[in-house]
Design a protein around this ligand. Sequence first.
Ligand SMILES: [Ca+2]
Length: 82
Amino acid sequence: MLGERMFSVCDRDHDNWINFEDFVLSVALLTHGTKDDRLKLIFQMYDVENKGVITRGELEMMFNSFRSIHSEDTPPSVKINQ
Ligand SMILES: [Ca+2]
């Protein structure tokens, strides 16, 4: 999931390829962008449906994706209560 979201955000022209320009722009934003630029990039990763908001389900999905990366064992899923 995390890889798919990173790919989607880096694929700036949405042609399902990350060409050299997409790659350079993404790396430049992450390494030399302003704090706002980097926050926008992270927000776009969480905003799976590209609606300008992060739903509870999207947040859970990303948390679980991060947790699965940082744990050798498969941890129980995160569920955010209302
Ligand atoms: Ca592209």
